[in-house]
Design a protein around this ligand. Sequence first.
Ligand code: NAD
Ligand code: IPM
Ligand code: MN
Length: 357
Amino acid sequence: MDYRLAVIKGDGIGPDIVEEGLKVLEIISQKFGHTFTCKEVLAGGAAIDATGKSLPEETVEVCKASDSVILGAMGGPQWDNLANGDRPEKALLGLRAALGLFGNIRPAVLYPQLKDACPLKDRIIGEGGIDIVVVRELTGGIYFGERGEGVGELGAYKYDTLKYSEVEVERIARRAFEIAMKRGKKVTSVDKANVLDSSKLWRRVVEEVAREFPEVELNHLYVDNAAMQLVINPKQFDVIVTGNMFGDILSDEASMITGSIGMLPSASLGTGKLGMYEPIHGSAPDIAGQDKANPIATILSIAMMLRYSFDLENEAKAIEDAIEKVLEAGYRTGDIYSEGTTLVGTKEMGRLIRGQL
Ligand code: NAD
Ligand code: IPM
Ligand code: MN
């Protein structure tokens, strides 16, 4: 098969990790006889520098016309305070909205080989490791609510609003239950229904959707408790479904279960097959250009693309197995390094993974 991919390398470590991901994809194409035709487009800081806009129309058009999008990361201090109010992160939100990618799937899996990189104690990790999927609503909530400003009793203010409609909750809840059906058959919905009206609606709609999935066990947690439970008892979780901002925060927290944020991939999906695949981490300006970034989250995101958008399960599995073998052999980038393992850079990690393919 021939697949058309839009590739957005992005800023900071983005170009380096995407480069390693594309090289892995090249091996997959040779080994399994597929063609991936990649078209590179600009978004984020690189697009601001080249075109003056974080999300050029051409980028949106190319992404829409592609079978999937691979994205590195966007952002950096040099674009944080532009006079026109644009910033790289706006491109990311704009793309998610333009492509209708309401469902963000973020699997936090602790590879047994990385137990020493995980900050949790052995008795909390327990036998059989940890395997959680965070299903984050991605095109609604406070990220996309009305914003404004005014002057009140305490002076000038700015505000953001948090709104969820039944349709938005229903479709993300259904996605979470469908995923749970293929796994541990448990969904934990995370909200703040003890305070927020939008969370009360969230909880009610999730319960309505749950009735269509009688085999799946559903429980609810308030977000503050969920943050604590992820650290004290992560093994209770199978699928976590939550809103946009809670999901952003909890998935970074969950990433530490894997040992590092450099290990956590993601798929952003809508109703069709087109998805956007990116690591959950950012552009890591602190290590950009130093060959230190862990490319595994990006390479795993490409495996997710093969599985979710193209139904290429064997190809996805081949990548995941190759990564596991490299970890088994003791190779680590700095973020997952522990005593007794071998420290390697971004490029070498990519080369080792390709070597296992
Ligand atoms: P970050 O995820 O970029 O970095 C947080 C920490 O994790 C840093 O210490 C970094 O060095 C480390 N880290 C991240 N990815 C790593 C990897 N692959 N290997 C090793 N270490 C890694 O978060 P931040 O510092 O809060 O944000 C930096 C910039 O990235 C900001 O402009 C932010 O808005 C942007 N951002 C973009 C995305 C995205 O494009 N999807 C996601 C998050 C943050
Ligand atoms: C993520 C990032 C983005 C988000 C930012 C960069 C807009 O943190 O993908 O997790 O908050 O969604
Ligand atoms: Mn985030």
